[in-house]
Design a protein around this ligand. Sequence first.
Ligand code: KE4
Length: 427
Amino acid sequence: MNMQHSQRLFERALAVIPGGVNSPVRAFGAVGGQPPFIAQADGARLRDVDGNDYIDYVCSWGAVILGHAAPVVVQAVRAAATRGLSYGAPTAAEVELAETLCRLVPGLERVRLVNSGTEATMSAIRLARAATGRKVLVKFAGCYHGHADSLLVNAGSGALTFGVPSSPGVPSELAALTLTAPYNDLRAVEVLFADRGAEIAAVIVEPVAGNMGCVLPRPGFLEGLRQLCTAHGAVLIFDEVMTGFRVALGGAQARFGVTADLVTLGKVIGGGLPVGAYGGRADLMEQMAPAGPVYQAGTLSGNPLATAAGLATLSQVQQPGFYEQLEQTAATLTAGLQAAADAAGVPFCTVHVGGMFGLFLRPTPPRDLVEAQQADVAAFGRLFGALLAQGVYLAPSAFEAGFVTAAHDTAVIAATIQGARDAFAAR
Ligand code: KE4
């Protein structure tokens, strides 16, 4: 595979950008080799600067759900751009996007648009601390909620991938206010509440964990967190930056029937442009400036291009059968990958929910970070490289989820499965 232009670009990038990338996991540090630099994308496929084509299962880390360069989204962004790129003043599109989110996301009585998932979770935590007058936050080992200081404690995703789940630069005084428990371990959370319940402002959880691979909530886990937070006056925050509009139209709240006090969103709601959001109970959200005293702001929050892309995307996902088809695509893909691994005698398992999935080089799906880390990470790196050579582009880390879009049709899935058969055979 000719990669000379990517290699040259990576050399240039390394001279001016730390690690040559603007987000660590993109650097392929966990899987070896150098990243292809992408020139364009269409539907389910990426094309790099050397003309190599790949079937994409990163999909901008879940932000792309219709397929790359979906005409309805491109046209909406183009039209918005001709009217100016950003005003820093209220627009109708922000109201329409907020109304759409409040209509489709359970429990969303008020919502604030921001520019990233990190901003969303950072703001939700500030609000929870202000509303309760408490300081302590509970999160789960292996869950990733963006790179705000309080959340870079036992974090997943790239932090886990590169072995810095608790980042330098986060003051120990602040990190001490973040307690962690194993994902799916309700008993551990009960103990934290028994010991420090009067101090706990919020519990933040990925209702499907997508940053240590893809780990499903065990029956009763989310319901138990709901009960504990209600009993102790703590704010339950569902971080649905990844699961929102990915696992169901109403996200994980709708899929699992548990309503949080605050929900964070991102990725899909921006259709590939920078949008995050946080929202939930009106009595909480009305404490945010300028309605209330808790401050949060953003120059480009709700900007016309991002809201245009988000509205165009959400108009399509509401089509009848959209999520049924997406789930069927993920099911067909993961079943085919499992069959390819079984045929090669490779210890391997898959998980899928809605339009996201996980792959693990271990025989059974993990229930928490410890079990996820028992997967054969080196074998994943080899499989990643073999699949890339077959033109299949997975997330370059054993601790990430994969994503499908409406553009991943039967031919794309069949080609992927064939590539996997060849990759497993070539290992
Ligand atoms: P951003 O700040 O990256 O928009 O969102 C942070 C975030 C918050 N919550 C969840 C559940 C998330 O998955 C994320 C970001 N996801 C990663 C992928 N695992 C982004 C990819 C990257 O960091 O490059």
